[in-house]
Design a protein around this ligand. Structure first.
Ligand SMILES: [Fe+2]
Length: 436
């Protein structure tokens, strides 16, 4: 009896200590047909690895390599599951120092389906949004906390999306954080560790770009002296398959899911100051716009989502939107028109309210900019008079759920805004044929 008790004691202690070593995650990163990224953060240096197996073939178990988490990386690690096949669901198990960690939600990831030349594209479900402020009173501005309604992440988890696209302000650097690498890591760690987010990280594949607050100070631009540190830290917390174009630093990249493609823009690294009176003025820079147009022209995707931290189409030149940089905005819009690219849709964040902007264009289809903001940060209650707004402005915490379904030649996009409790606010439906 004594022996059993001491064995139980050892098991309890070791399970407890494994949990104590887990800082945040695990998190599902980008997934492809033959590779999936799995991320985790520990509280101190530890060996981490994932075991995984096809849900329908549980006897065939595979493992990622083992990584040792290091202090300079915030004890984060991204591991690759590369013994996967397309279009499968896998169960996974995290090991810290060779001991399994039990997690109280379904431990599953998926790989992209090989549908091309074979069948209709799969149905797609994803969530998007921006501005996740998590209070930390000791470093926050005095007064009422800017963040609230963290249960919105439970509502997102309950929608069971395949993946999630973060539109920026994914964490909010404060004065204490943005001048040092370790400060930035502490901030990203604090937000990443929010209890309500853990089931979302563990069950939904994550993709992200940034806006000003996860890059640097409010409204920061290319002149921010610590932008390379900010880029390093962002990469530690949002693993992507590639970062930057033409060998240059930044977050620009693209990824596919079914017959949708996502063009992730970086609206900070090359942004010129809003008050600059001489020289080039722009948010994305000429090189990024050229890349975007090239990538769009070559894309076969039915829906081509252009992802930007800030609004692109809102015509009122105010705050930080693209209309405050009219020359570069015109350049992008006229290239989109001249190249006659079908299926383009913008997704943007930043505004702390949500709205849909529709820009009519002569001789071609209208462009739409779905702004989704904010998850938990304070709401901006006096939005300007955007005459191209369709429907009501949403002045509460919300997220945007996008469903793509239908036969290959007849795809339908259903965009639904939900509130923090997962209650429907508004729905917009577009057909692929509407964007030609
Ligand atoms: Fe924000």
């Amino acid at each position: 009896m004594k022996k059993i008790f001491s064995l139980l004691f050892i098991i309890t202690i070791s399970v407890f200590s494994q949990k104590a070593l887990l800082q945040s995650g695990p998190m599902l990163g980008p997934t492809e047909m033959r590779e999936t990224m799995l991320w985790v953060q520990t509280t101190k240096a530890a060996q981490v690895k994932f075991a995984y197996w096809d849900k329908e073939k549980p006897k065939d178990k595979y493992e990622t390599k083992t990584a040792l988490t290091k202090e300079e990386d915030g004890f984060t690690a991204t591991l690759i599951a590369d013994k996967v096949e397309p279009g499968r669901i896998y169960n996974y198990k995290l090991y810290i120092n060779n001991k399994p960690v039990d997690l109280p939600y379904r431990n599953e990831f998926k790989t992209l389906k090989l549908w091309q030349w074979r069948e209709d594209p799969p149905e797609i479900n994803f969530v998007t949004g921006s501005c996740a402020y998590v209070n930390e009173p000791v470093y926050d501005r005095p007064g009422k906390g800017y963040g609230s309604d963290y249960e919105i992440f439970t509502a997102i988890y309950e929608k069971k999306p395949d993946f999630m696209v973060w539109l920026g302000d994914n964490y909010y650097l404060r004065e204490v954080d943005w001048n040092t690498r370790s400060g930035m890591i502490k901030r990203a760690t604090h937000t990443r560790s929010l209890p309500e987010l853990q089931p979302v990280w563990g069950t939904v594949h994550q993709y992200g770009t940034w806006d000003d607050h996860d890059y640097g100070p409010n409204n920061s631009d290319m002149g921010f002296i610590h932008k390379f540190k900010a880029l390093e830290v962002f990469k530690l917390f949002f693993p992507m398959n590639s970062y930057g174009i033409n060998g240059k630093p930044g977050l620009t990249t693209s990824f596919e899911w079914g017959d949708c493609e996502f063009f992730m823009l970086d609206n900070r690294f090359y942004r010129t100051p809003n008050d600059r009176k001489t020289g080039y003025r722009g948010i994305f820079g000429e090189e990024q716009i050229e890349w975007l147009i090239n990538a769009l022209v070559s894309s076969n995707a039915t829906f081509k989502f252009i992802i930007s931290g800030g609004q692109v189409l809102n015509p009122v030149a105010k705050y930080e939107n693209y209309s405050t940089y009219p020359e570069e905005q015109q350049k992008l819009l006229s290239l989109l028109k001249a190249e006659n690219i079908p299926g383009v849709i913008f997704l943007s964040g930043d505004r702390h309210h949500s709205e849909l902007t529709k820009m009519e264009r002569e001789g071609t289809y209208p462009l739409y900019d779905f702004t989704a903001s904010s998850f938990t940060a304070g709401i901006f209650t006096q939005p300007e008079d955007n005459e191209w707004r369709v429907g009501e402005v949403i002045k509460k915490h919300n997220f945007l759920h996008i469903n793509v379904s239908g036969k290959r030649k007849d795809r339908v996009l259903k965009c639904t805004y939900y509130d923090k409790d997962g209650k429907e606010i508004s729905v917009f439906t577009l057909k692929a044929a509407d964007l030609k």
